[in-house]
Design a protein around this ligand. Structure first.
Ligand code: PLP
Length: 366
């Protein structure tokens, strides 16, 4: 279900219960538990918030000088140093979504996009609107991305491959050695975009990342975001890492004038190791709680390496999601080809305690 449709569907259910049902104004109705968009409710980092407050009065100005972009350059330099890359191997975008859309615009015109049938798809919908053909390859029975079938499917009609690692909504990581082999073999035929939105939450973030292929000069674009572990979803900052020619080509499709508040918050979050470690620990703790709730109720959650859990509840997931929503707990559920699966995002631990109680109550009568 598309995010916009989802919000429309919700307006008749959980939102009707709240006092001030306006997500647009960032008011979460009292008593509502929001486990739906894979955010980090413990964010933003206190350091980021303190720095943002200092610059609020300067937002009358574009976040640059006539000759450079001080805060963007600082952020790019920090990310580049962390990954042993040069500044010319990075772009910053308005959320990783803008970078993903830009990459599909830059590379999806010659041929189309090849992607798993079940994956994150906001940018894919946008590409389709632009007339870029999308070919979707079914997941394997075990819900893993089928790299073998995808590789076989690459011909002259495909110019870009999109993969999320770990995948959303399954949360499953892709075997890093198999993915490296895949990227190296198909690189002469197509650009491979590896979306690492949840990388920092993986068991082995460095080993599982394809950034080493960027350093090797492979035909790969790795995207990351400040929306997940960094808890800045509303500030809209993401970035991409790739060969300078790839960055150049994608960068031509990224809008000018990045968001100065977002860049400031991103830079100070990136440096805030204590907050990052705290957030990771809360997500892992929360994931274990949600998995326990599901197992206690007799279900087998997919082994997620992200801040959400995907599970087959053996009944109409959309109806179940709506029933949960009526009790003030917002989750996602009902996916094309997977109508009996729900996805539960992490919330604060106390929210997950509410999830535990409500889930058990609703599942007992569903
Ligand atoms: C895999 C994946 N990529 C990208 C995004 C978009 O993130 P951003 O907020 O950086 O645009 C999401 C958001 O849920 C996601 O799950």
């Amino acid at each position: 279900m598309k995010r916009r449709d989802f919000l429309t569907a919700l307006s008749g259910t959980a939102f009707a219960l709240g006092t001030a049902p306006s997500l647009g104004q960032y008011i979460i109705p009292q008593g509502q538990v929001r486990l739906v968009f894979n955010e980090n409710p413990y964010g933003p980092s206190p350091r980021a918030l303190a720095e943002v407050k200092k610059i609020l009065a300067l937002t009358a100005y574009y976040p640059d000088s006539p000759y450079d972009y001080p805060i963007r350059d600082k952020l790019v330099a920090a990310i580049a140093a962390n990954h042993d890359l040069g500044a010319e191997q990075l772009f910053v975008s308005s959320g990783s979504n803008e970078g993903l859309q830009a990459a599909l615009m830059a590379y999806g015109k010659k041929g189309g996009v090849l992607t798993p049938a079940l994956t994150y798809d906001a940018h894919l919908g946008y590409a389709e609107t632009l007339g870029i053909p999308i070919t979707r390859v079914p997941l394997r029975e075990d819900l893993q991305v089928d790299l073998t079938a995808m590789e076989q499917r690459i011909d002259e009609s495909v110019s870009v491959v999109y993969l999320a690692n770990p995948n959303n909504p399954t949360g499953l990581p892709i075997d890093p050695d198999k993915l490296r082999g895949f990227c190296r073999r198909v690189g002469d035929r197509a650009l491979v975009i590896v979306d690492e939105a949840y990388n920092e939450l993986m068991a082995e973030p460095t080993q599982d990342s394809m950034v080493d292929l960027v350093r090797e000069g492979a035909n790969v674009l790795v995207t990351r975001t400040f929306s997940k572990i960094f808890g800045l979803a509303g500030m809209r900052v993401g970035y991409g890492m790739g060969r300078p020619d790839i960055i150049d080509r994608v960068g031509n499709h990224i809008m000018a004038w990045p968001n100065g508040i977002g860049l400031t918050a991103a830079f100070h979050s990136y440096e805030d190791q204590a907050f990052i470690a705290f957030s990771r620990q809360k997500v892992l703790q929360g994931r274990a709680m949600v998995e326990k709730t599901l197992r206690d109720a007799g279900f087998a959650p997919v082994q997620s390496e992200a801040n959400f859990v995907f599970v087959d509840i053996g009944r109409d997931a959309q109806a179940f999601r709506e029933a949960m929503g009526r009790e003030g707990v917002l989750i996602n559920g009902g996916y094309a080809g997977y109508p009996t699966y729900i996805r539960v995002s992490m919330g604060k631990l106390e929210d997950l305690e509410v999830f535990d109680r409500v889930f058990k109550r609703v599942i007992a009568r569903a």
